[in-house]
Design a protein around this ligand. Structure first.
Ligand code: FES
Length: 152
């Protein structure tokens, strides 16, 4: 093999390496910067249904691209303060449940626990539950949801 043929082979191997290794690793490490999630506000309930104090679960459902998306959020009311918690465990993304007896969010996957403010109290999660944006317009509560893909 001559020198020119050898260099061509090296360049081809380098490009193959980039396409098979570097690009997937880059997309794995920076998925959210590449795949922009769009924020939209979804009607959740009437303002009258909000808890006067404490925590309440709200289920929601919407359709996009012939798919029905269901989910839920937790709303905590403490005086004038309103906090919307995502139910997605910050460890590996399982859904947490509220244990009203223990006053804790429980993640059944690996034993993660959060207090009523979403702070980690046990298990492997390193970050508190995410707080979602919300708004109240004309007596209706809307919750900010991030969705990959097109607007709904
Ligand atoms: Fe919740 Fe691991 S996914 S503790």
């Amino acid at each position: 093999m001559d020198r020119r043929g050898f260099l061509k082979k090296i360049v081809k191997l380098f490009l193959l390496f980039v396409s098979l290794v570097i690009v997937p690793v880059f997309f794995y490490i920076y998925p959210s910067t590449i795949r922009q999630k769009k924020l939209f506000f979804l009607y959740l309930s009437d303002e009258d249904s909000l808890p006067k104090s404490g925590l309440k679960r709200f289920d929601y459902q919407y359709s996009i691209d012939d798919r029905t998306i269901t989910g839920y959020v937790f709303i905590k009311k403490d005086g004038d303060e309103l906090i919307a918690f995502s139910p997605i465990c910050t460890h590996l993304g399982c859904l947490v449940k509220w244990d009203n007896h223990r006053k804790e969010f429980i993640c059944a996957c690996h034993g993660g626990k959060y207090d009523i403010n979403g702070n980690v109290i046990a298990g492997p999660p390193q970050k508190p539950l995410d707080r979602l944006p919300w708004e109240i317009k004309e007596g209706k509560v809307y919750i900010g949801i991030r969705q990959y893909g097109q607007d709904i």
